[in-house]
Design a protein around this ligand. Structure first.
Ligand code: 26Q
Length: 818
């Protein structure tokens, strides 16, 4: 462990035990003999913290006092997963801590089970942010992750009669040992009111006269690098009422009203919005966005930039990376600070701003592009709206200069859209303001340039770039799959965890029968672990000898869980109709994990249908136990860490051109699952790397999708012309999975037949054919294992360390520091 000498507990078992007991007694106020598992978990976590503390304080100090450039990652979501094991791993304390707990007579597994994961994100975008800050710490790059400390994270999903029911995620109920509140560094964030002009020594200036405000209180979290003694910071903001809050608007001497006002303010950080597409334009959501972004900018300027620092060089100190459009209101906020507060000229302020921001787009779905109505934005942030108007005016002047009075182009490029109502197009604002704009996989970035923002690509040559997503191998290989990690280390030695391209060294081992046997044994062991987890958690029994076919991700029509389901129903229908001998069917367990946005009716109906198919198939004796459908509730990071290492087959089956990247796909491949997938998102790059022989490709490519739309897509024709598809759809429509009631799943069936926006029926035949190839390939155990090993060996590219290197080299220019 390359730690510089610092103060802290002694790095041995005795030191750990002593510090643990001290924390138990003095921080929890209990003796060991009377302590609960939760007390012990807290004291244990605090002890791990204590080892990291001196380094953290030192890094915070250096980040403040040195002139190094920091990455301020602005993200409304961080889907962290559990912290305990990660922080043990990063600090190199796992063995010492395990032995120390044993000496105290404590089962460390029981302590692990106490931790409630902070689910402060919806899915891929939030998990990506968590992977990125892990990599930055591991690469010694100065970084602050800024976000929101939601009191309630992503809802807890339960099933009642197969239907999703949401429960609040009270992750803070028992407190968290990982957070450090700093009320002394609170920021005051204003809203509402009006703007006015005034005379400032002969210069006419605008200013904002807000009508209410809230206090943003920062909570710091440690982000330790892997065994490098480095600790960066994640700073999440929590909303509190200010004293002046009730005075400003609600002051009527009315106590109840004052308390109501307090509640109103504190609502801002109350709950994560569980929608991850088709944003609703809700006022509270905009309040959240401005709240955290304004607090973050002011925090950085107040504490990280010296008073005498020339703001014209701000870009030498910081890059604000915009994780999708959610934090884009930071752009007019920085302009407001520079122009209204620091009294800079507009042009000077704009030049600074354009160097301090970069924007990552995570979608291609038009309905997912965020817009805010001018009415709402003007009511909540009137000065920001003025600033946006001016940015737009000057931008459109430049466009006019370049392209002439092309009114259609001007309308298309305007940051202000007119239909169906006047609104601010946040992606356009981000593109105009950002020094760089990136997509998250090669194909996505290409489509972004060519289809979503082609005018902007033409206008800003060189602004658009690609950075393919990645995942942290510390959490998703080392922690999730310790057995595979050991096997890799036995072959390659250490070092691969921070230099994942070294996995290439495994290629030759794919030809080694002993290594293949060991690799298979790892998979089998991981299945046993999963089996225990699913038994304890969901009461499921995982059958031995089954291929594990896994599809875990948010429930979305574009991701096409329905295609997977049609495959299952097709195999099932073959058996029950007697056309297929059950004994000839390869045993497979299909595992789904997916949350649906609470307001997304079709997604919820699909969840219901998956559960319904599961109940019928699992109970049908004619199937002879050869097909099983399992849908554990509440898929989250903790469950992902168990599921992914046990999987044989990874389902990545979105309609080509719809999945920006995907990151689950990378996690599966790196854990030795083979992928069945479309040519979409990062699947394209996975396939290129692992080779066609080690990937099950199916379905239309993006240009073919376009061509079919252009010809006119009629899903019913596919139904009519494909007997197997017809049988599967008819079985669902017949009420076979709904106790004979044909109405329950009728909307799902008709949607596919008459609309099918994501072309499930068009890709069905190709998918079924690819699944037959999967069956054939799986029958050859040795060949399958060879492919699985090659997937691991060739996917080192997908380390988030590489993603970070790409951002650093091409966008941020933030070298490792101190
Ligand atoms: C926006 C406004 C209002 C309410 C909610 C939202 C919102 C919240 C979350 C919109 C989108 C999201 C999340 C999107 C997301 O996770 N996208 C995924 O990002 C991954 C990381 O880049 C990609 O791998 C996935 O392909 C992409 O779907």
């Amino acid at each position: 462990l390359a730690l510089a000498p610092v103060t802290g507990p002694a790095s041995n078992v005795d030191g750990f035990v002593r510090q643990f007991l001290r924390n138990l007694n003095y921080e929890r106020g209990v003796p060991l003999s009377a302590s609960s598992p939760n007390d012990q978990y807290f004291a244990f976590a605090m002890t791990v913290r204590d080892y990291l503390m001196a380094r953290w304080l030192e890094d915070l100090r250096r980040q403040r006092v040195t002139q190094s450039k920091s990455v301020c990652y602005l993200s409304a979501e961080y889907l962290l997963g559990r912290q305990l094991d990660n922080n043990l791993l990063a600090s190199g304390l796992t063995d010492i801590a395990t032995e120390a707990m044993a000496q105290c007579g404590i089962d460390i597994e029981e302590l692990r089970a106490q931790e409630v994961e902070p689910g402060l994100g919806n899915g891929g975008l939030g998990r990506l942010a968590a992977c990125f800050i892990d990599s930055l710490a591991t690469m010694s790059v100065p970084n602050i992750g800024y976000g929101i400390r939601y009191e309630y994270g992503i809802f807890r999903q339960t099933f009642v009669d197969g239907q999703q029911v949401e429960q609040p995620d009270a992750w803070l109920e028992l407190g968290s040992p990982w957070e450090f509140p700093h009320p002394e560094f609170a920021q005051t964030i204003s809203f509402g009111g009006h703007t006015e002009t005034y005379d400032d020594e002969g210069v006419t200036r605008s200013r904002w006269v807000p009508s209410w405000n809230v206090r943003a209180v920062p909570y710091n979290y440690m982000v330790p690098g892997y065994l490098n003694g480095r600790v960066n910071t994640l700073r999440l903001w929590s909303a509190q009422a200010t004293n002046s809050f009730d005075l400003r608007v609600f002051n009527s001497g009315d106590y109840e009203e004052a308390v109501r006002a307090q509640t109103y303010a504190e609502n801002i950080s109350k709950v994560l919005y569980p929608e991850d597409s088709t944003p609703q334009g809700k006022e509270l959501r905009l309040q959240q966005q401005y709240f955290f972004v304004a607090a973050s900018i002011h925090d950085f300027l107040d504490h990280m930039v010296a008073d005498d620092f020339g703001l014209e060089n701000l870009a030498d100190r910081v890059i604000f990376q915009l994780n999708d459009t959610h934090p884009v209101i930071a752009v007019p906020e920085l302009m407001r600070v520079l122009v209204d507060e620091k009294k800079l000229e507009w042009d000077a302020a704009w030049a600074i701003t354009q160097k301090c921001f970069a924007y990552t787009c995570h979608t291609l779905l038009p309905e997912a592009l965020e817009v805010w109505s001018v009415e709402l934005l003007g009511r909540l942030l009137p000065r920001h709206l003025e600033i946006i108007y001016r940015i737009n005016e000057e931008f459109l002047l430049e466009v006019r200069e370049r392209f002439g009075d092309d009114e259609i182009r001007l309308r298309d490029m305007s940051i202000i859209g007119e239909f169906p109502e006047r609104s601010v197009r946040m992606a356009y604002l981000a593109t105009v303001a950002g020094a760089k704009v990136n997509g998250v996989a090669e194909l996505h970035s290409q489509l972004l340039r060519d289809k979503v923002l082609p005018d902007f690509n033409e206008f800003f040559p060189g602004k658009f770039t690609n950075v393919t997503n990645g995942i942290t191998p510390r959490r998703f290989i080392r922690l999730a799959n310790p057995e595979l990690s050991e096997l890799i280390t036995s072959a390659l030695g250490t070092g691969w965890l921070t230099d994942l391209e070294r996995l290439r060294g495994l290629e030759s081992y794919a030809e080694d029968p002993d290594f293949r046997a060991a690799f298979r044994e790892v998979k089998a062991a991981n299945k046993r672990v999963l089996s225990d987890v699913l038994r304890a958690r969901d009461g499921f029994e995982v059958s031995d000898g089954h291929m594990l076919d896994v599809m875990v991700k948010r429930l979305h029509e574009y991701k096409r869980q329905m295609l997977k389901l049609l495959h299952i129903v097709t195999v099932y229908e073959g058996i029950v109709s007697g056309r297929v001998d059950a004994a000839s069917v390869q045993p497979r367990t299909f595992i789904f994990g997916a949350k649906a946005a609470p307001g997304y009716a079709m997604a919820k109906r699909i969840i219901h249908l998956i559960n319904a198919v599961g109940s019928v198939v699992n109970a049908d004796e004619r199937v002879q136990g050869r097909l099983k459908v399992l849908f554990p509730q509440n898929y989250n990071v903790t469950l992902a860490e168990r599921l992914i290492p046990a999987a044989d087959l990874s389902e990545q089956i979105s309609l080509a051109g719809k999945e920006a990247s995907g990151t689950g796909n990378m996690k599966f491949a790196l854990n030795g699952a083979l992928t069945i997938g479309t040519d979409d998102g990062a699947n394209v790059e996975i396939r290129q790397l692992v080779g066609d022989d080690n990937f099950f490709l199916f379905g239309m490519a993006e240009p073919e999708v376009e061509a079919l739309w252009a010809r006119g897509y009629k899903p019913a024709e596919f139904y009519q012309h494909d007997e197997s598809l017809r049988r599967a759809m008819d079985l669902i429509a017949s009420g076979a999975f709904s106790g004979g009631d044909r109405s329950v799943f009728e909307p799902v069936v008709s949607n596919l037949l008459y609309d099918d926006r994501f072309m499930v029926l068009a890709d069905y035949a190709s998918y079924i054919e690819a699944q037959a190839k999967v069956d054939a390939a799986h029958a050859d155990e040795d060949a399958w294992t060879r492919s699985a090993i090659l997937n691991v060996a060739r996917c080192g590219f997908f380390s988030s360390d590489r993603s970070m290197r790409d951002y650093i080299d091409r966008i941020w220019h933030t070298p490792p520091a101190f």
